[in-house]
Design a protein around this ligand. Structure first.
Ligand code: 5GP
Length: 114
C-alpha cells in the first residue's frame, strides 16, 4: 500500500479540485493540466504501480476505467472523444507512485503524452 501525495488528497490533508468520489475511487483535476480537461482517477486502495496490482484487484482496475468513461459521458464529451493513460515506472513517465488514470479531453489530442 502507498502513502503518496494522492493519499494526502484522499485524507483531505492537502486541497484538490475533486470532481468525483465514491467508496473506492476519487477523481480530481491535475495540478498541471496537459489538456483542457485533465482529471486523475485514483483508487483509494493505493498500489504503487500497475505492476503491483494483484489479479484479485482486476475488477477495481476495470471500475477505474469505467469511472473515467462515465465522467466523460456526464460532462458531455464522450462522443467527441477523450484519452485515458496510465503511466508505469521510469520509462512510462510515472512520477506519483499510487496508481492513477489520466483522463484527457477537450481538444484534439494529436501529440504524445508524457
Ligand atoms: P504521473 O506522471 O505519475 O503519471 O502523473 C502524476 C500526475 O499528478 C501529474 O500529471 C502531476 O501534474 C499530478 N500531480 C502531482 N502532484 C499533484 C498534486 O498535489 N495535486 C494534483 N491535483 N495533481 C498532482
Amino acid at each position: 500500500m502507498t502513502d503518496s501525495i494522492f493519499d494526502r488528497i484522499i485524507r483531505r490533508e492537502i486541497p484538490a479540485d475533486i470532481v468525483f468520489e465514491n467508496d473506492e475511487l476519487i477523481a480530481f483535476r491535475d495540478i498541471a493540466p496537459q489538456a483542457p480537461v485533465h482529471v486523475l482517477f485514483v483508487p483509494k486502495r493505493g498500489f504503487a504501480t500497475l505492476n503491483d496490482v494483484p489479479e484479485s484487484e482486476a475488477a477495481l482496475v476495470g471500475r477505474l476505467l469505467l469511472a473515467a468513461r462515465d465522467y466523460a459521458r456526464r460532462e458531455g464529451f464522450a462522443e467527441d472523444g477523450y484519452r485515458v493513460v496510465m503511466n508505469c515506472n521510469r520509462d512510462g513517465g510515472q512520477t506519483v507512485f499510487h496508481i492513477h488514470l489520466h483522463l484527457l479531453a477537450g481538444a484534439p489530442l494529436t501529440g504524445g503524452f508524457a
